[in-house]
Write a protein of this length. Structure first.
Length: 332
């Protein structure tokens, strides 16, 4: 098995230069780094995690805390995080938490402290003061995606603006009987991602004089969206347009409309949020929030802090844009 000395001899450089080139830390010219990487690849050299940890004090692992593993948004953000970390030679240590207080306490007060990690990324988690304090007590860079927290570096889409953009698109097409499929006020607090999208919907309708803002609750799955849309479209005063707070629910709404013999968009318009790859196959108009890019940005922010950058406490905004694929049209 090749060692660092073998790589140094093959590349014609010192072992210190090999270490800098492979770690990405320290001054090394592009030509020298390429030569070292080529030699390491040719010899099959793999950096010893244990030796690297002893030498640098780092484990080259970043902990990622998520509330769900089986939903498209979270898995896509994770893929973006992985892309960026793997490029820099870091591993992911994954922690899944639910709303159960005991389970959350074990993760934040025990698991994260027991496993040595160089940084933490949380995805769409509402953290209370105790959990935020526990994370900051780790003494490592922490970046939150969504769930704005003034104590942490937070990257987030302006979900209030997302809700307004989707609703305004339908209003400009001439729709006035619009229903929202998402979180109702009882289950989605106003500061959460679903709550902000709902508020953008309600506010946009109020601005054009539409007093009734119908919100149909669903669980952010295709099945949940289908059930919610079925309830809405069977109503005597069925809406002419549906704004779903996620693409998965919007796809469910399209499937429900088809089962009821309705055409999209001729009989009912449907718009979602996310940029789900399945949206292209359903011709779904959506507000793309570039989920994979969110993961890449968060991982890059953690690595930047590890390289010495100051933490950017507070909120940093992420891009989004309307993508019209034809599932919305003026009402008949």
């Amino acid at each position: 098995m090749a060692g660092i000395d073998d790589v140094a001899r093959a590349a014609g450089v010192s072992t210190a230069t090999v270490s800098r080139a492979l770690s990405g830390r320290g001054p090394v010219s592009t030509a020298t780094r390429d030569r070292v990487l080529a030699a390491a690849d040719r010899l099959g050299y793999v950096v010893s995690a244990a030796a690297s940890s002893l030498a640098t004090g780092r484990t080259r692992a970043v902990g990622v805390v998520v509330p769900f593993l089986d939903r498209w948004f979270f898995s896509t953000v994770l893929a973006g995080i992985s892309d960026e970390l793997v490029r820099r030679g870091f591993d992911i240590t994954l922690y899944s938490v639910s709303s159960d207080p005991d389970e959350r306490r074990r993760v934040f007060d025990d698991h994260l402290r027991r496993r040595r990690i160089d940084g933490v990324i949380t995805i769409a988690l509402e953290l209370d003061a105790e959990e935020s304090t526990s994370l900051r007590g780790l003494g490592v860079p922490i970046v939150a995606i969504a769930g704005p927290n003034p104590l942490l570096t937070t990257l987030t889409v302006d979900d209030l603006a997302v809700g307004r953009l989707a609703t305004t698109h339908l209003l400009q097409l001439g729709h006035r009987r619009i229903a929202h499929i998402g979180a109702d006020a009882a289950t989605g607090a106003a500061s959460t991602v679903p709550g902000l999208r709902r508020r953008g919907f309600v506010d946009s309708l109020a601005e054009v004089g539409v007093a009734e803002a119908h919100v149909e609750p669903a669980d952010f799955t295709i099945e949940g969206g289908s059930l919610a849309a079925t309830r809405l479209l069977r109503d005597g005063e069925a809406p002419t347009a549906l704004f779903a707070a996620s693409d998965e629910m919007a796809i469910g709404a399209i499937l429900a409309a088809r089962e009821l013999g309705l055409r999209v968009p001729e009989d009912v318009s449907v718009i979602g949020v996310d940029g789900h790859e399945l949206g292209r196959w359903f011709g779904l108009t959506t507000v793309d929030q570039f989920a994979r890019g969110q993961g890449e940005r968060a991982a890059a922010a953690v690595l930047s802090e590890l390289d010495g950058a100051e933490p950017a406490l507070g909120r940093g905004t992420l891009p989004f844009e309307l993508v019209d694929r034809g599932s919305t049209a003026p009402p008949r």
